[in-house]
Design a binder for this molecule. Structure first.
Ligand SMILES: [Zn+2]
Length: 203
């Protein structure tokens, strides 16, 4: 990829991006309110992946915040959350959607999903992976209430919001524009008007 080239990840699809250590990736939601499921793998060993759980148990916060290091499942720093242009509206709790999540909500037939997008994006650049790690979900509005309840209020992320992450090792990042579009009360995930595209640049 040429410097600053912008790649559109179409609504409901995913794409993989390779970053060398020191490069940064910026993910933008041009229309706003579009969840970006984010995965990362060590480019030398895709058995080492970004682990949301190992990250938040180290930062002591279930939200990724500007300045945080995002850790692999071996607790090694993979990326630094360099710039948060989305006012902290992110999540590290929601598992990537998959076919069965849509069936759980009553959908019949095939539905695109972040899990499928991850596998397709990795295969497109030559990798077969056997896992769907817990993603970091940028532009996703969730909260843990005092009694432990977990809620997803309406997605209020403004158009043009973005995040920038700096690679601390050579990594393959996958960005999925979450296809969730079911009218489930209390679980909006994306904009009421449906999923939209994301724009990604590597610099
Ligand atoms: Zn999804």
């Amino acid at each position: 990829m040429k410097p600053m080239e912008k790649v559109t990840v179409p609504a409901k699809q995913g794409r993989a991006f390779r970053l060398n250590a020191g490069q940064s990736i910026t993910i933008e939601t041009p229309k706003g309110s579009q969840a970006a499921d984010f995965f990362a793998f060590n480019a030398e060993n895709v058995g080492e992946w970004l682990s949301a759980n190992h990250t938040w148990v180290t930062t002591f916060n279930v939200k990724p915040r500007q300045g945080d290091q995002l850790l692999s499942r071996f607790r090694r720093p993979m990326l630094e959350f360099e710039k948060d242009g989305a006012e902290g509206t992110h999540d590290m709790m929601i598992a990537a959607c998959d076919q069965f999540r849509y069936e759980f909500f009553g959908h019949e037939g095939h539905h695109p999903s972040c899990s499928e997008n991850l596998h397709l994006a990795m295969r497109r650049i030559g990798y077969q992976i056997d896992v769907v790690p817990q993603p970091v979900n940028f532009f996703t509005n969730t909260a843990v209430l005092e009694d432990g309840s977990f809620v997803s209020p309406p997605n209020t992320v403004a158009p043009g919001s973005f995040v920038t992450l700096k690679a601390l090792m050579d990594v393959i990042c996958v960005v999925s524009a979450c296809p969730f579009d079911l009218p489930v009360d209390g679980w909006p995930i994306n904009s009421d008007s449906g999923p939209s595209e994301l724009v990604v640049s590597v610099q």
